[in-house]
Ligand binder design. Structure first.
Ligand code: PLP
Length: 393
């Protein structure tokens, strides 16, 4: 008689697969079945990686840079990151001890959470949140404590709201600006509020700045640059969004050396490192001309301006103006208060794939997220379909 198999990991069984990937898969299946689906569900720039950056990778491969690189990242890329932080963010870090390069910002957020947290430690996460923050927190044995922000006041962060979530077990505040999914850019008052609570309660801050280069209004404030914050802030950033390099898998963490050491231990015992020639391209991207980045930013801005105006002109649709990133967080009071229902109707009746706001936490209910990292022609067609759908009701 065969014995039943022993149960698989309870921890991993409790973590859902990424919802955004599931929606993309559904849209792809419909496309494969012949439906002309417009996908506004992804977070992947439609631009190609800049040619000079591609060329640096080809050159690295041809010159034999195809072996195991240093686990923490090549000295050249770590130096480029430290120079970028000093030049653009007013943050001084030692490239040898305070910078860790890895395969994407996503892995580094996980590695830094693992470095900071013990079982039962609490991580404060603002809601709506990027889909992976909660599962990652659970994976390192910590407890996510969400702070719901409200669409009614533009998802504003205040010191009072954060302080209400603080307990003796609080260890980390996880911040994301520019924000996915809301497109909000943190104001100086909000940065000050986070600083005030972090200092008062001796907390670490993980600052996910992956959309830093995509700001249309407002300024980027690197939390590590505020007084007394460098010792407790780990900055996360990467090449994916700014340089249209999502598939290259390249990101970095910069912060206190003891935290970086532990995150580097996790990396060296698991994924080892980022890919060698990818890092050569990454250094070229940071050290080279930033003109292409500006061109892409302007393209996203033009798309945002078009979409916000066109969507708000349709009765039953409401779209706030995001100040950064490449997402619109849209309400359809004329369709349904339920994000899931809105997303289903848009897919079934308008062949538009998007992400239900509820995937970003309860505070995202009533919204769907549209990605404008999508060609303008597709955005124009999407608006036309939404207009037809809404007038047909
Ligand atoms: C807020 C946020 N942080 C991090 C990432 C991950 O970026 P990477 O491609 O560098 O892993 C994403 C990607 O969608 C994101 O939206």
């Amino acid at each position: 008689m065969l014995l039943p198999m022993k149960p698989l990991s309870h921890l991993l069984s409790s973590i859902p697969a990424s919802a955004t990937i599931a929606i993309n898969d559904k849209a792809k299946a419909l496309k494969a079945a012949g439906r002309d689906v417009i996908s506004l569900a992804g977070g992947d720039p439609d631009f190609d990686t800049p040619l000079a950056v591609q060329e640096a990778a080809f050159q690295a491969i041809r010159s034999g840079d195809t072996h195991y690189p240093p686990s923490r990242g090549t000295p050249a890329l770590r130096k480029a990151i430290a120079a970028k932080l000093a030049r653009e963010n007013g943050v001084q870090v030692d490239p040898n001890t305070q910078v860790l390069v890895g395969p994407g910002a996503k892995f580094l957020i996980y590695a830094v959470l693992a470095a900071l947290c013990n079982p039962g430690d609490e991580v404060i996460i603002f809601e709506p949140y990027w889909v992976s923050y909660v599962p990652m927190t659970l994976l390192v044995g910590a407890r996510p404590v969400t702070v719901p922000l409200s669409a009614a006041d533009g998802f504003t962060i205040t010191a009072e709201r954060i302080a209400q979530a603080v307990t003796p077990a609080t260890k980390v505040i996880l911040v994301n600006s520019p924000n996915n999914p809301t497109g909000r850019v943190m104001t100086r008052a909000e940065a000050e509020a986070i600083r005030e609570v972090a200092l008062a309660h001796d907390l670490y801050v993980i600052s996910d700045e992956i959309y830093e280069k995509l700001i249309f209004e407002g300024e980027h404030i690197c939390l590590a640059s505020l007084p007394d914050m460098a010792a407790r802030t780990i900055v996360i950033n990467g090449h994916s969004k700014a340089y249209a390099m999502t598939g290259w898998r390249l990101g970095w963490a910069a912060g206190p050396a003891d935290v970086i050491d532990l995150a580097a231990n996790l990396q060296s015992q698991t994924v080892t490192s980022a890919a060698s020639f990818t890092m050569a391209a990454g250094a070229a991207a940071l050290n080279g001309s930033q003109e292409v980045v500006e061109e892409m930013r302007l393209a996203y801005k033009a798309r945002r301006d078009f979409m916000v105006e066109a969507l708000n002109a349709i009765p039953g649709v409401e779209c706030d103006r995001p100040q950064g990133a490449f997402y619109l967080f849209v309400r359809f009071p004329g369709l349904s208060p339920s994000a899931m229902t809105i997303a289903d109707i848009l897919l079934e009746r308008a062949d538009i794939a998007c992400t239900p706001g509820i995937e970003f936490g309860q505070a995202g209910e009533g919204h769907v997220r549209f990605s404008i990292a999508t060609a303008m022609s597709d955005l124009e067609r999407a608006v036309e379909r939404i207009r037809r759908l809404m007038t047909s009701l």
